[in-house]
Design a protein around this ligand. Sequence first.
Ligand code: PBG
Length: 335
Amino acid sequence: MQIYCGEKFPQTRQRRLRLNQSIRDLSSENFLIPPNLILPIFIIEGVNETETILNLPDVHRYSLDLAVKRVQEAKQIGIKAVMLFCVCDQKNKNPHGREAINPDNLMCRAIKTIKNAVSDILIIADVALDPYTSHGHDGIIDENSIVKNDETIEILCQQSLIQAKAGCDIISPSDMMDGRVSHIRQTLDSHGFQNVLIMSYSAKYASNLYGPFRQAVGSDKNLSKADKKNYQMDYRNSNESLREIAIDIQEGADQIIIKPATFYLDIIKLASQNFVIPIYAYHVSGEFAGLKFLAKNTQINFEELYYENLIAIKRAGASGIISYGAIEILKYLNF
Ligand code: PBG
């Protein structure tokens, strides 16, 4: 890579490349286009229902009929994939997260309904038990509240299978159990779902930024003051992420997720320099809410701030970004 080539003023004027918007666009190293963005959607039971989420400004929960409209809107603007999260009734939660493997649960109904209503948009289905467990953890727990790895994997495989049967295109395990990618791959393959992709949360940190999401899916009260540090990664570590990613790739992941994004740009960069696989960064609820609150309280233009943040994530090497304001920012960019 050429870094210094004896450039001298006045022959060289760096500002020539910044003269106007067209020149800046012509020489830009990074862009944000619709296929770079994945839209997460929160779904609730009911008809014609929209709910606001306390600490996630401008993001809503939608009943399935309105979620379909949201997917159509995403498709219209050029987004290629949506990621579904469903809210499970408290009365259907139990320590084993049984509702996760009910083929008629909201997630499966949502996948089928959206598939039928909208063509050519990819459906990514989350795999983890936290929306369904009475304790709010991503798996089943032992007497010390440690998530049991291998027992959890068995349930995750069943959850993946019913979601694949319902018609999702991509399975996205967000649970951080060891070995789940290979087991899910085997389960899918042995049931004829070789073409269902696995987008694995490979490097998911035990972050403080997930609060608004937990409120959105209603797992915050179940989890209460507990944390997920016995399965999600310790944020003091970066090399460990390389191990996690290498193992997931070896187990059959097609795409990987790094999460959160902005505090973890070094991890995105490290991953993009070391692995040849599509890398998605999850710009999580706390990051999005933080930008909203910052813009509101300081009169900074939200869209400009958000665009700068998303570009930083791309600049670090992400192939794509999962983000709550995907439609909002694309509209702002005139797509
Ligand atoms: C849970 C899950 C979480 C998010 C996505 N899937 C929260 C958690 O791990 O507690 C967080 C996403 C966000 O904050 O936007 N499996």
